[in-house]
Design a protein around this ligand. Sequence first.
Ligand SMILES: *Cc1c(COP(=O)(O)O)cnc(C)c1O
Length: 217
Amino acid sequence: MGLTEIETRIEQACIEAGRARADVQLIAVSKVQPNARVEAVLNAGHRLFGENKVQEAAGKWPDFKTQFDDIHVHLIGPLQSNKTRQAMELFDAIHTVDRPKLAKTIARLAQELGECPELFVQVNTGEEPQKAGVTPAEADAFIKDCRALDLPIKGLMCIPPVEETPSLHFALLGKIAERNGLASLSMGMSSDFEQAIAFGATHIRVGSAIFGERTHD
Ligand SMILES: *Cc1c(COP(=O)(O)O)cnc(C)c1O
């Protein structure tokens, strides 16, 4: 695998879905990958990355940003309220807005900082107890509350249960986005990004298929 092969597969999936390649953003998920692998992908010209931990991202991306222009980094992992300020200063987008307390904290800090990353609401489409995200039943009300706080909600994000057909979850996420007038869908990983593209993903989050297997999470 690697970046070139993934790019080819994305192009093919876009053709099959009758979608423009420009409407799908590839987030290269660089969590726990050795810096040399990340640098290789930067040298290949890729500029959009995903991290799931604030601390790890803070230790890595400020340095890379001094070496490469136009880097964008998205937070795709759970966000603790006490790390919200740091996350808002570090990331261009946060895909994991998943509870009222976090929404309120982001709103307060956005006022104070005068800016806010793009936001995605995480939906726990499989209603798994161990997973973050609002349930599909709570989603409409939560999105409304976020908008009442003036939060720039750009779209929705989901991580389907591992043993289930991902397309059902992608379709559900698309339906919730549509009825709430949201244009962006963050869904699809190494094992299912082509299906996600077929179901309208605008942001796919691909890690191991680009960088190689991770030794830990
Ligand atoms: C790690 C991670 C990914 C990437 O997973 P791969 O299977 O390596 O592509 C995508 N989304 C989230 C939320 C992740 O934590």
